[in-house]
Design a protein around this ligand. Structure first.
Ligand SMILES: [Zn+2]
Length: 183
């Protein structure tokens, strides 16, 4: 009868040629003690539904743990020292094969960009400081004076003012002073 081909089919009557095929369908999970899981793998997955769920739950934790190890002693990448520490951490995790080569390359490239940005900031800061110093120096510089004779009287005027302008200004001031003392 056809209905008898059911649960007993995979029992004692199973032929050896079928076994490798079946083994491929077993869950690939190996326990910490080295035991293979005896459950059948879910369709399209190397794991049984139970271990697939477990692996999914473990994934965010594993990512968090790796991130914590990579960022250990790094303070927000505020200095080249931070990048240096990060690269050291990265090398350790690449050696332990916790970071794939493409990921490591991306992280190393980003670190390079960070280092470049520090250099750029440094240059801009230096330039700003230099400009500030130059302005300060200019302001603190004693104004060079020159002697100028106007109508028989010697005056000191700033070097930067042209003689004709200085003479005109002095004469105008004298005229105003004379007018006010007259009136
Ligand atoms: Zn399993």
């Amino acid at each position: 009868m056809e209905s008898q081909i059911s649960e007993n089919t995979l029992g004692e009557g199973v032929t050896p040629s079928v076994i490798p095929n079946l083994e491929q369908n077993f869950c690939q999970n190996i326990s910490p003690r080295g035991y293979h899981c005896r459950m059948l793998a879910a369709n399209g997955s190397p794991l049984c539904p139970h271990h697939a769920r477990k692996a999914q739950r473990r994934e965010p934790e594993a990512i968090e743990a790796l991130a914590a190890d990579l960022l250990d002693s790094v303070e927000d990448f505020q200095s080249p020292e931070d990048v240096n520490i990060f690269l050291g951490n990265l090398v350790k995790q690449v050696v332990r094969k916790r970071v794939s080569r493409p990921d490591a390359c991306t992280l190393a490239y980003l670190s390079q960009l960070l280092l470049n940005s520090f250099a750029a900031i440094n240059t801009a800061e230096c330039r700003g400081q230099q400009e500030e110093e130059e302005i300060e120096e200019e302001q603190n510089k004693p104004t060079a004076k020159k002697w100028l004779w106007v109508d028989g009287v010697a005056y000191t005027v700033p070097e930067s003012i042209p003689n004709d302008v200085a003479i005109e200004t002095i004469r105008r001031k004298k005229a105003i002073a004379a007018a006010s003392s007259d009136g």
